[in-house]
Design a protein around this ligand. Structure first.
Ligand code: ME8
Length: 665
């Protein structure tokens, strides 16, 4: 570990392992990696932590569905997350898994400190619990989760409480003393009014869950998700020995806005209760939206990073995410905007500047960086813009204003393009003064390119490493000291390196088609744990894919209690209609006895909607709702899958006119 440098510790959230990363997770992680690279270039000794949140009932259920032990399930998932971050150039220094032993020790130690200090007591709790969000929610029994809209469960259990109510005043005092603690301002206001409204004590253990870190001496209690997950930030940098590492308190926890409360209220309260230092800043960024809704696993409207990386490269995704979204605000994802940015900013912008500069120096100066011999006011003008850009960009980066920082760099690229057009070095002749003028223009352009390369490195690590080598510069671009970056440091005489393709222009429609096809393939692929557990094909389309993902391995027998968890009932189709833009789906309303449900079924190619009205069908009624082609589907119609093409044939009740709502057992 480098000595003498100030330490800087930043974190991404610790992601759940019951799914794989989409570009929402990728966004948080790439922003963090960009800050990490930036801080390092400003002379900090940086540690960045990312990792996986591997406990809880969701994992218990997913592992069971996959027919493998939880430990095997989470190990496979964590490996996938880690591999993806590697592909995206994310250099996480610490990958913490909440199943790591050192993490268990830290959680148990933190609990002990809180308990010894009188902030933990035993009690009972009954409430509506959303297993998808891993949180109790403030709704009545039978009501759905207000956040994700899925059914809640009534849970009563013995657990340990954390006296969060005792921290209302200490937290408010702390926020007042550290106005920079919660960013941005809008989120700070939200947290302040939440805390001002009063804090309820918090249940921090469970007896209903097996898959968790045990509370020593209090088994079967295990720690509940937030006490466990938040502590990972501390486990990653020494846990009980945090003082030795010197990285605690964290400088920055970067999170999505939906988990600000856990970070800005619970986490400092846990630490205060234990007598430990509180992190310096929590930054809550906005959401990536897809068709105006938050991109999320539960809504099924996700875009994965790999197809984008495969078609456009990792730098293109990094650039798009940081440029297109103003940090702190929500941003909309679209393939169209992504490819437009790629072509206009990367291929035509930095890529073109690098290749034309290198080509001109090759042609006119024998591949050696020329001298600036005959300076004119327009050269000084560009130098002034470049020097000012350095200051502007650093100021923006410091505030995490990456989109504005990049905007300033691209304004410099545009100014350089204009400069080249007006100075047109290619049309100068061979007289001595023309040659001097040309070498001055080429040096000036190469110097701009060097500065652009250094400034964009935190965002575009791959491309900038190539341009650095192309300019024949020593060392690594990531090792450049940003505070020492000035106009005029490019030495003449250096030999250019080999030219490498940076961002070849790409035809938009074709690129989008390729990415969408790969995305579709990824969505249809078996679950990542399926190597040992092939999932059965869905009985029908419609909501069937969720059931298929949860299907046990063909050679794994299930107990009757597993079957009993699937609640199937007789339903009667009330209405049926086609869905515009989804030629396989029908939108049905189905009476299941207790309510009328909207269900999408993948039978449109085989059943006429009008002929279905009044028909009695078997319905899986306790399947989590999901959106199919933007339409909510709350249940699944059961059908046999016939023939090699899997033609759906609806299950029916020909012998008797069965009662609507009767359960299938
Ligand atoms: O909440 N746009 O994990 P998680 C932007 N394990 N960012 C998004 C996003 C979107 N559409 N979707 C997800 C958890 N994210 C807990 C955290 S921390 C101690 C425990 C990002 O897998 C964003 O950073 O649900 C969000 O906070 C995080 O992923 C949630 O990841």
């Amino acid at each position: 570990m480098a000595s003498g440098k100030p330490k800087y510790y930043l974190t991404t959230p610790i992601y759940y392992t019951n799914g794989l990363p989409h570009i929402g997770h990728t966004y948080s992680t790439i922003v963090c990696d960009t800050i990490r690279r930036y801080k390092r270039m400003r002379g900090f000794d940086v540690v960045m932590t990312t990792g996986t949140d591997e406990h809880g009932v969701n994992v218990e259920r997913s592992a069971k569905a996959a027919g493998i032990p939880e430990s095997e399930f989470v190990a496979k998932m964590a490996a996938q997350w880690k591999a993806l971050w590697d592909e995206l150039g994310v250099q996480g220094d610490e990958f913490i898994r909440t199943t790591d032993l050192k993490h268990a020790h830290t959680v148990q130690w933190l609990f002990k400190l809180c308990r010894e200090n009188g902030y933990v007591y035993p009690g009972h709790y009954t409430g509506q619990y959303c297993i998808y969000d891993n949180a109790y929610v403030d709704v009545k029994p039978g009501e759905n989760c207000p956040d994700c809209g899925r059914p809640t469960e009534t849970v009563t259990e013995e657990n340990f409480y954390f006296k969060l109510s005792a921290f209302q005043k200490p937290l408010l005092d702390f926020y007042a003393k550290h106005p920079e603690f919660i960013q941005p301002q809008a989120r700070r206001n939200e947290v302040l009014s939440f805390v001002e409204g009063g804090l309820r004590d918090l249940s921090i253990t469970r007896t209903s869950i097996r898959w968790g870190i045990p509370v020593p001496g209090e088994e079967p209690h295990v720690f509940y998700v937030w006490f466990d997950a938040l502590t990972a930030y501390l486990s990653a940098v020494g846990g009980p020995q945090y003082e030795k590492s010197g990285y605690w308190p964290a400088d920055l926890h970067l999170v999505g806005k939906e988990i600000i409360r856990f970070h800005a209220v619970y986490w400092p309260a846990f630490l205060m209760a234990a007598g430990l230092p509180v992190p310096k800043q929590i930054w809550a960024h906005g959401w990536l939206l897809m068709d105006s809704a938050k991109m999320s696993k539960s809504l099924g409207n996700v875009v994965r990073p790999r197809p984008i990386v495969n078609v456009l490269g990792m730098d293109a995704l990094r650039y798009y995410l940081l440029r297109e979204t103003v940090f702190g605000q929500d941003g909309n994802f679209s393939y169209d905007a992504l490819v437009t940015r790629y072509n206009s900013d990367l291929a035509n912008g930095i890529g073109n500047l690098a290749s034309r500069t290198a080509a001109m120096i090759e042609k006119n100066c024998g591949g050696k960086i020329p001298k600036a011999a005959a300076r004119l006011p327009q050269d000084d003008e560009l130098a002034k813009i470049a020097q000012a850009t350095i200051g502007d960009v650093l100021e923006e980066y410091e505030k995490l204003g990456f989109s504005r920082g990049l905007e300033a760099i691209w304004a410099l690229i545009a100014a350089t393009d204009r400069y080249l057009t007006s100075e047109h070095p290619w049309s100068l002749g061979e007289t001595e003064s023309d040659q001097q003028r040309r070498t001055t223009i080429l040096w000036t352009t190469a110097e701009v390119l060097r500065i652009v390369t250094v400034l964009t490195h935190p965002v575009l690590p791959d491309c900038t490493a190539k341009v650095w080598a192309l300019l024949g510069l020593a060392g690594q671009v990531g090792g450049v000291d940003l505070d020492g970056l000035r106009w005029g440091q490019l030495a003449a005489g250096g030999q250019l390196g080999k030219s490498q393709a940076l961002f070849p222009r790409i035809e938009k429609a074709e690129a989008i088609e390729r990415m969408e096809a790969m995305e579709k393939e990824a969505q249809n692929a078996p679950s990542p744990v399926a190597a040992t557990t092939p999932a059965a094909a869905p009985a029908t389309a419609g909501a069937g894919t969720a059931a298929a993902a949860a299907a046990p391995a063909a050679d794994t027998k299930i107990g009757i209690e597993d079957f009993a968890r699937v609640e199937m009932r007789v339903g009667q189709i009330k209405t049926a209609e086609r869905i515009v833009g989804a030629d396989k789906l029908l939108k049905l309303t189905v009476d299941i006895g207790t309510e009328i449900r909207q269900i999408c079924a993948g039978i449109a190619q085989f059943y006429e909607p009008e002929k279905l009205i009044g028909r009695k069908v078997a319905v899986v009624v306790n399947l989590a709702p999901r959106k199919l082609r933007g339409v909510e589907s709350n249940g699944m119609i059961v059908a046999a899958s016939v023939g090699p093409e899997g033609r759906p044939v609806l299950a029916g009740f020909p012998d008797e006119d069965v009662e609507i709502g009767a359960r299938l057992k």
